[in-house]
Design a protein. Sequence first.
Length: 234
Amino acid sequence: MQTQRNQQQPAILPRSKVSALMIQHSVGLMVWAMLFAWNVSVQAQQPNRVFKLGYLTNDSVSVDMPRRNVFRHSLHDLGYIEGQNIVVEYRITEGRIEKLAALAEELVRLKVDAIFAFTTAAVQAAKNATKEIPIVFEASGDPVAMGFVASLARPGGNLTGLSNTVGPELFGKQLEILNKSVPKVTRVAVVANLTNGSSPEHLEATRAAAQALGLPLLPCRSRKLAISTARFPR
């Protein structure tokens, strides 16, 4: 399966309003944070410079498409237009996590000004590839526990970004709400994506929360982007 590189802007896929707002908020914040720093420093000294960004993910094209559209719109809103004053090198592996390392190294050879890494595996690949180029990440899990940053207050190094995990207490709250909403529930299935480095942490936190609530837990581990409901026992 080939990796996808620069291409014409795709159509935005249909998605729920809530999902769209979440994507817009997180990706827009990532872009704004990095480019704001450029606006007040480098661009003031080099107003005609064309910036080059790396974009790395192991999501599928269809899953990544809404995020990529928001990414492009966020650049445009800040005055950066692809092909004019900014170039984006897209590297999308369609679920082939083993391709990430080589593609991250390729972005480093291209001397991009920054790498935007989406998915935990992409962040790890970018981190392994460079200690100099700024990396802006969106990852699931605790970035401190995974070794991406030294602390949330002072990340240190060349990585900064967003995490969609508040902490282990979040998993207990999710199960608590489920238990109250469906009081007759007898056991709970949880899907663990083994290509995501934070899955063991998530699974263990969920297991502890389920035990505290007296709910039997059925872990379903997978390395695929999607998992069939046929795997769940009736």
